[in-house]
Design a protein around this ligand. Structure first.
Ligand SMILES: [Zn+2]
Length: 134
């Protein structure tokens, strides 16, 4: 499947936050880590500011089995991030069918650098992201 690009949206994320995601993904590997992304939305920019650990009740499920109705949703939640135990960072149909917020970030094994990160919108289009210096 050819991935098209969302040209209207950019995601900003700090290296520190990305490292926390990688760390969580490595710790749970080969299980998937799943976190909510909190951030600030402007018209065409989403800046991710925090990671939110979902309630204990939903933690430790694989993405496909998450009870989505139990997740807290507020206006500062801009999307989700989860890990893939493979190097493939493409969204699965399950990922797209369970979309929450505006973006979803997928990190793939070995959770080490930007090659292992991808961001998508709800249509499965790739969203460009930039690192924030902090
Ligand atoms: Zn997935």
């Amino acid at each position: 499947m050819k991935v098209s690009m969302n040209k209207k949206l950019t995601v900003l994320v700090s290296l520190e936050l990305l490292d926390s995601i990688f760390e969580g993904a490595r710790r749970l590997y080969p299980k998937e880590v799943f976190l909510l992304l909190r951030g600030q939305k402007a018209k065409d920019v989403i800046r991710i500011t925090d990671l939110v650990v979902p309630p204990l009740a939903v933690y430790g499920y694989g993405f496909a089995n998450l009870p989505f109705h139990m997740l807290p949703m507020d206006f500062s939640i801009v999307g989700t991030v989860h890990s893939h135990p493979s190097r493939n960072t493409s969204p699965t149909s399950v990922d797209l069918n369970h979309f929450l917020g505006r973006i979803t970030m997928i990190v793939g094994y070995p959770f080490a650098d930007l090659q292992n990160v991808a961001v998508y919108d709800s249509k499965g289009e790739a969203v460009p992201f930039q690192l924030l210096e902090e």
